[in-house]
Design a protein around this ligand. Structure first.
Ligand code: GLU
Length: 446
């Protein structure tokens, strides 16, 4: 094992910077989110940028979003009434290619959050070295309380009202929390109708019959599990003797759990929005997936005990996968986290304060901008397949994903060891270096 191992390092006394005021254009509406997520990204950025000793004016240029759009969308509801929905699209960076990132449908979406998520996309795309910048969209709504036709009208209105932003060469959305292949199909159709011909490359995460990539649905979870496998290898651990806990059982959580189970990992704790379950001998994941399809929740699954959802994060397991929302691991619970490997399936689940605590505890944290980059990597493959009009087999997609994830994991680990920093700071350092290189070559247009 290398001497300066990120998982083994004893953290030296850090000089923490004073938090800067949020740069959101609009204050967050939902004060139940205790921490500004955009502030968190900026702290992560600052900590990494400080180590790189780069030109401050370029750092300031690449740190903040290029463009934030706010729209209020009138949508006709099934009962004939009209409702307004606030929505956002943030293009954080277009330096390395089109802005790339999903559209989140969630009642707590704020501009602060969308700016943070767009920024993470910039760094994520740079970490896995794909030719995209970073973007994100958000619509303030509860998609589970809308009928399919209301959801369709809302999606189409969003696509239409922001259509100047979107395009295969300018800004390419994808699924995120609360959206999936059907929403992407409506989006693709609306854009295509406006320009008069089919443009599959305007959005990724489409169903394969509409030009989507095989393997896209599973890609994020697959990438998470590749990172877990590489991290275990790094620590000299055998997966078939490991236990795991997964927070969230949506697309990322359920696929990560299934693939871990296939590798012989005993998944003992799982939560979803309704509650959490536990079985010390391992939960039967394949039957749980079938159960959730029917019941829409993991709660009540046979041979499991219902537990406090907070315990899913603090359980004594080898592997922890937070695959829900931001700000789940904070300074309040970080000391109780007992895993050896923490792979972030969600974006931003760990706050910068918690990061310092986890680092001191010697937990190997595989950061979101690496761990969950499998999704956008296969989105890139989808975009490429749309451009060439030729489609790869699932094996081909998975082989290329495997190669990208392993190379990126190694790249980040190398920086972490060289600079004696956590994998998160290393991933940011690598990403910032790649974005700065492009910005310096392109220069600033005046
Ligand atoms: N929403 C996903 C993410 O946060 C995927 C984005 C994409 O495929 O463009 O990475």
């Amino acid at each position: 094992m290398p001497k300066k191992d990120p998982a083994q390092r004893v953290k030296k006394k850090t000089t923490e910077r004073k938090p800067r005021p949020p740069r959101s254009l609009v204050q967050r509406k939902n004060t139940s989110l205790p921490i500004s997520v955009f502030e968190n990204v900026m702290k992560q950025f600052d900590t990494a940028a400080e180590k790189l000793h780069l030109d401050k004016s370029i750092l300031n240029f690449i740190k903040v979003p290029r463009r934030c759009t706010i729209v209020n969308l009138p949508v006709k509801m099934d009962d004939g009434s009209h409702r307004m929905f606030t929505a956002y699209r943030v293009q954080h960076s277009i330096a390395r290619g089109p802005a790339k990132g999903g559209i989140r449908f969630h009642p707590d979406v704020t501009l602060d959050e969308v700016q943070a998520l767009a920024s993470w996309m910039t760094w994520k795309c740079a970490v896995v070295n794909i030719p995209f910048g970073g973007g994100k969209g958000g619509i303030v709504c509860d998609p589970f309380k809308l009928s399919p036709s209301e959801l369709e009208r809302l999606t189409r209105r969003y696509a239409a009202d922001c259509s100047d932003l979107f395009g295969p060469d300018s800004d390419v959305p994808a699924p995120d929390v609360g959206s999936g292949p059907q929403v992407m199909s409506w989006f693709m159709d609306t854009y295509s109708m406006r320009v008069g011909h089919s443009v599959p490359g305007v959005v990724t995460g489409k169903p394969p019959v509409l030009g989507g990539s095989r393997g896209r649905v599973e890609a994020t979870g697959r990438g998470v599990v590749i990172c877990v496998r590489e991290a275990a290898k790094h620590l000299g651990k055998h997966l078939d003797s490991c236990t795991a806990s997964v927070q969230g059982f949506g697309n990322v959580g359920s696929i990560s759990a299934r693939l871990l189970h296939e590798l012989g990992v005993k998944v003992t704790h799982i939560s979803d929005v309704h509650g959490a379950i536990h079985n010390p001998n391992g939960i039967d994941i394949l039957n749980l997936i079938k159960y959730v399809e029917a019941k829409k929740t993991i709660v009540g699954f046979p041979d499991t005990e219902k537990i406090d959802p907070a315990k899913v994060l603090t359980a004594k397991v080898d592997i922890l996968i937070p695959a829900a929302l931001e700000n789940q691991i904070t300074k309040k619970n970080a000391r109780q986290i007992k895993c050896k490997i923490l792979a972030e399936g969600a974006n931003g689940p760990t706050t910068p304060e918690a990061d310092v605590i986890l680092d001191k505890k010697g937990i190997l944290v595989v950061p979101d901008i690496l761990a969950n980059a499998g999704g956008v990597t296969v989105s890139y493959f989808e975009w490429v397949q749309n451009r060439i009009g030729y489609f790869w087999s699932e094996e081909e997609v998975n082989r290329r994903l495997e190669e990208k994830m392993v190379t990126s994991f190694d790249d980040v680990m190398r920086v972490a060891i060289k600079h004696d920093v956590s994998m998160r700071i290393a991933a940011f350092m690598l990403a910032i270096t790649r974005v700065v290189e492009v910005v310096q070559l392109r220069g600033i247009y005046a």
